[in-house]
Design a protein around this ligand. Structure first.
Ligand code: HEC
Length: 190
């Protein structure tokens, strides 16, 4: 899903904190996408909490490593949307942002710096990719306390060792509570 280049914006951009403009399908798609994210995030969080309770962060790394991509795939199939996660500082290089995603991640950082609530940072846009109209959407993922066990700046030694083993190019560390860890990214052909 991160292979597209040169997305061309066709319609006005919709920011949830701004006014709804132009194409009413933007709003409908955004609402639908929010439902897809909610379901995906609910499952992810469930697995994370379960893993942390059962075995702590070291064993839960395996959960994130295997279960997160599997859940993204399952929710993509269930919803008909292309569902994933991305970030400016990656753990798994497979989650690398494409040009559109990179611009939105940077926009989210700027909007957060300008005072917007990180929990509400959302963007939806209709773009053209390879001659087809596509609805694209991202929603920011702020860092919570539990995330710092594996993404913070004081990661316990056995956790860091396991991360080093699985992700030799890991950049997803040093986050503080409230920082933007990344974003959900969704795509649907129109
Ligand atoms: C037990 C360790 C652990 C915890 C706790 C954890 N993560 Fe992760 N996180 C990982 C691993 C491992 C990956 C790589 C998953 C993969 O290979 O796709 C990852 C990947 C991600 C990604 C995908 C982008 C990237 O860098 O590859 C996001 C976004 C993310 N985590 C956010 C969070 C958030 C938000 C929390 C807290 C709610 C959290 N994580 C808690 C281990 C963890």
């Amino acid at each position: 899903m991160h292979k597209q280049f040169g997305a061309i914006a066709l319609a006005t951009t919709l920011s949830l904190t701004g006014t709804v403009q132009a194409d009413p399908s933007l709003q409908a798609n955004l609402e639908e996408g929010k439902g897809v994210i909610k379901a995906f995030f609910g499952d992810l969080k469930g697995e994370l909490v379960k893993g942390m309770k059962a075995g702590g962060p070291v064993s839960t790394i395996a959960t994130c490593n295997k279960v997160a991509p599997g859940l993204a795939e399952a929710h993509s199939q269930m919803s008909g949307w292309d569902v994933g996660r991305t970030s400016l500082k990656l753990r798994n290089p497979k989650n690398a942002p494409d040009a559109w995603e990179l611009a939105v991640l940077q926009e989210f950082e700027a909007r957060k710096a300008a005072g917007e609530d990180p929990m509400k940072l959302v963007k939806g846009e209709i773009v053209e990719e390879q001659g087809r109209k596509v609805f694209r959407m991202m929603k920011a993922i702020p860092t919570a306390e539990v995330c710092t066990k594996c993404h913070g700046d004081a990661i316990a030694e056995p956790v860091a060792a396991k991360l080093d083993e699985l992700y030799p190019a890991d950049k997803a560390r040093g986050y503080k509570v409230g920082d933007l860890r990344g974003a959900f990214t969704l795509k649907k052909r129109l």
